[in-house]
Design a protein around this ligand. Structure first.
Ligand SMILES: [Zn+2]
Length: 267
């Protein structure tokens, strides 16, 4: 059907539908981002994410529900605690905004399908892992395990990649980084190797490896810039988790285009 033969009313209706979905997905992203802030703060400190209310890090006052509205509370409080006026880290609204933006990008990529749930989970996991790795230089096993369990479970429901593709992706990605970890003798942590397994499990073969290569390129480039500008010394650790996350996202959005570019159209 030619596009100009569709009545304008239907097109306008479809546009409104997408716009409404974008708002819903963005609000969901803000709320999940708020939850991720709890995960990012508590998991590396060994605190349960299920028990205990959030409190101010300055005066320890428990936060009321109206202090916990994603983004809005931070703006209304102008970034300070209601009681002690201690500044609240800008990381909190950043995580919420970033999660919302990534959720919308993934929705525009997959559309309103079951696949959307799979990749929203992946994006949320990657945001949490990246911020924890940047601050603590570690990738918690519990988050990787959550990714593996969810990845296997959703594989039975959403079949955008085959079982063998997921298995081969997981083995090749973690195997590749394990090799790098052994050769670099500690330059790459085991946390990165485990996170690569999640990338492979979700993206499959060969998209997972594309993601890792993209992440390694980005990491190498940023590493060289940090060394040359003297921000980081030769002995300083540079967390690789955020780069795995970046590469995974790039492969999720443009994996087949990158493959076409490298090897020409396949099949
Ligand atoms: Zn306070």
């Amino acid at each position: 059907m030619m596009i100009n033969s569709i009545p304008i009313g239907i097109l306008a209706g479809a546009g409104q539908f997408v716009a409404f979905n974008i708002i819903v997905v963005a609000v969901l992203g803000l709320c999940i981002g708020s939850l991720l802030n709890v995960v990012i703060y508590r998991v590396p400190r060994g605190v349960s994410i299920a028990v205990g209310r959030s409190h101010c890090l300055g005066c320890c006052r428990e936060l009321a529900w109206y202090d916990l509205i994603p983004l809005l509370s931070y703006l209304l409080l102008r970034g300070r605690c209601r009681s002690c006026r201690e500044p609240i880290s800008w990381c909190y609204p950043l995580v919420e905004l970033l999660t919302a933006a990534l959720f919308v990008i993934v929705y525009l990529h997959t559309g309103l399908t079951a696949v959307l749930i799979k990749y929203l989970f992946l994006v949320a996991l990657l945001v949490a892992v990246s911020f924890i790795d940047l601050e603590h230089f570690l990738i918690p096993d519990s988050l990787v395990l959550a990714g593996v369990i969810f990845g296997i479970g959703i594989g039975f429901i959403v079949q955008d990649i085959s079982f063998w593709s997921a298995l081969l992706g997981a083995v090749s990605c973690s195997g590749f980084l394990l090799l790098v970890a052994l050769i670099s003798r500690g330059g790459m942590g085991m946390g990165d190797v485990k996170l690569a397994l999640v990338t492979g499990l979700f993206l499959g073969w060969p998209q997972g490896l594309v993601g890792l290569f993209a992440g390694a390129c980005a990491g190498g480039l940023i590493g060289i810039i940090l060394l040359m500008t003297g921000i980081r010394g030769r002995k300083d650790p540079i967390p690789f988790g955020p780069f795995i996350a970046l590469g995974t996202l790039a492969a999720l959005l443009w994996g087949s285009q990158i493959l076409n570019l490298l090897f020409g159209p396949l099949g």
